[in-house]
Design a protein. Structure first.
Length: 320
């Protein structure tokens, strides 16, 4: 009799723990998970804070243990060691995400760096550095996590920039990388459509972050100077004008809002330009229109002003 009671007790216990485990797994699956690269500061940290506070689960990419510890202390956040230039880190991060059993609904390709340099002087290794992070990084991350995103019919968001449209003195390398991001986003969006995966670009203007502080630190530690530059004066003006401290710029809350929309709204847009003032939006839209005028100007099948407005109306009626 005693052993029958004992058996019933064991069966009850097993059933209960099975129920708890499967409930935990179910609730894990219900909580949509997103990977954010470069989550330690600036825009990536803001995205991580906002999404986790709203109850999404964030895999937050970081390179240093102290940053990982800081991120792990946040609710709904698990840090993953992730240098986007290192396949070992990326492959291990894929395994971590798979083992967690939540699947993966979104990837935010945010990690990015900047350099300022005149194009006739920039060293090849500096170009390699910026492309390795800003373009090969998203390429590697997206390729590695694509099976999980396809499985969830999820979303991919790239953090481009208004520098994906604008370009100018000493911004060449950075703008080249962000222009590449624009092309990358458009091609990827068409390729992922057949899997029900939506791809968007978020295009911030100037917001507070550590991007220039890191740029100046790298220049100092790699002994990069503009002392012998043909553009010395302009360069000094740029560096002193820009400065490492970007606290005069707005907190990137509205950038995080746009990322949230790109990930979770029913009909996400291909592009979300987010600017802190009218000027930055105006420069960007004007530049796009200027390029349109330049392309149209001397082409064999040139459109009249009215025809151009007709094309604009058609584009305005498109949904994406
Ligand atoms: N702030 C703006 O005004 C602005 C405007 C337009 C676009 N953006 C874009 O926004 C994104 C975020 O930049 P941010 O302005 O927020 O700058 P940030 O504060 O300097 O943040 C950059 C993030 O990228 C990470 N990162 C750098 N190299 C990496 C690598 N090899 N692997 C993984 N992570 C790496 C950094 O990690 P560590 O802490 O380990 O260095 C940091 O978490 C970038 O793509 C940038 O181009 C920024």
């Amino acid at each position: 009799m005693k052993s029958l009671h004992h058996r019933i007790y064991i069966i009850l216990l097993l059933t209960l723990s099975f129920t708890f485990v499967s409930q935990a797994q179910e609730s894990k699956k219900e909580q949509k998970a997103v990977l954010v690269t470069g989550a330690t500061s600036g825009i990536g940290l803001k995205i991580t804070e906002q999404l986790s506070a709203k109850g999404y689960f964030v895999y937050a990419g970081a390179r240093k243990q102290k940053d990982m510890d800081r991120l792990n202390a946040m609710e709904n956040v698990k840090s993953v060691k992730l240098d986007v230039t290192k396949w070992d880190d990326i492959n291990a991060a894929v395994e971590t995400v798979k083992n967690e059993g939540r699947g993966l609904y979104g990837v935010v390709n945010n990690a990015g760096v900047a350099i300022f340099s005149p194009l006739i002087e920039v060293e090849e290794e500096d170009l390699d550095f910026i492309f390795d992070v800003n373009i090969y990084g998203p390429y590697r991350i997206t390729k590695a996590f694509a099976p999980l995103i396809i499985q969830s019919k999820g979303r991919i968001t790239t953090i481009s920039s208004i520098s994906g449209i604008l370009s100018g003195q000493f911004f060449g390398p950075y703008s080249m990388s962000k222009h590449a991001m624009e092309a990358y986003t458009d091609a990827l969006a068409t390729e992922m459509r057949k899997f029900g995966v939506h791809v968007s670009a978020v295009e911030p203007g100037n917001y507070n972050s550590k991007i220039v502080e890191s740029l100046i630190k790298r220049m100092e530690s790699n002994d990069i100077t503009y002392e012998k530059s043909l553009y010395r004066e302009e360069f000094e003006r740029l560096i002193s004008g820009y400065g490492a401290d970007r606290s005069r710029f707005k907190d990137p809350i509205e950038v995080a809002d746009a990322v949230e929309k790109s990930l979770f709204s029913e009909n996400p847009k291909r592009r979300y330009m987010v600017v802190p003032n009218e000027n930055e939006g105006n420069w960007t839209i004007t530049q796009i229109l200027r390029e349109m005028v330049q392309l149209n100007e001397n082409q064999a099948y040139k459109y009249s002003r009215e025809e151009l407005i007709g094309i604009l109306d058609k584009v305005l009626a498109e949904t994406e």
